[in-house]
Design a protein. Sequence first.
Length: 340
Amino acid sequence: MEIKDFMIRINDQSLENILREYPIGADFLANFRLDNISKELPFCQALEEVDDEILEEFGLNRNDVLQNFCEFLETFTQTETLLDSVSSITIYGGINKSKESESITLTISVGEIISIVGPTGSGKSRLLNDIECLAQGDTPTGRKIMINGVGIDELQRFEMGGKLVAQLSQNMNFVMDLTVREFLEMHAKCRLTLNSREVVDRCFRCANQLAGEEFSEETKVTQLSGGQSRALMIADTAYMSDSPIVLIDEIENAGIDRRQALVLLAKKEKIIFVSTHDPLLALSADKRIIIKNGGIYKVIETSDEERKSLKVIESLDNTLLKLRKCLRAGETITEELFKK
């Protein structure tokens, strides 16, 4: 929708109706200390009630505020449209620590899982950071990230901050003293989730399926273990986040069903990047990016032979899972455990 169309709508509708359709507009009003103006009137009429000193504080007149508000809403609408239509991202290579060219162009489509492997300190997190900030040749690596095959301008890049990419880091600590259900309900409300009660229930069930240890809806989020916290946020990202790209930094030690987590996110038509040292995760991906000396060394497509080896790896992983459960339960580890 163009600015002139917003101008017409804002003149024809009450501010209350505009904010109901575009909740982000409330942020604009708060930034200019206009959050207390009348919502029953069209914005242009409500502005007539605003003290001149408030507008002068920002060096604006009423026409400027109206124009800026319309531009703000237009940008938001463009951002939402782009988020809804992301079908692929493309990584254009930059340079490694030795200033050598990566000489690579990699396009990833929705539903694909990409693992990122390499020694500790090789630059895996740097690649995740480049994707998260939608690098346009302005980071130390010089990489460029394209959406649907084209670059994005600075305004779109700024407006999409926190919307295009969801990141699940190694350490997740909650500071709010909420129950799990209150936390999920708050997220559902903030994201204007349809059928929120049903979605919250689904998120909770999913989180318990992923977690190594179950928890209740009344458990405080500050009391969750690392694995439970990660499971909760993966379920939240799968069912309530609109972000089409998900970055995961090392979940092998999180105490969750990590392969199921990847499959769940991929089924939600998201592009998944997972930085890992875990063979199970690396070979569960469609492709793996090898990082060496701060740069993308090569990209390997998971072969059929490698996929067959997953059965052996899963068997070993299941044995380790049994060992963990026995240790947690205070049982004695015996040789018989490895024969079951």
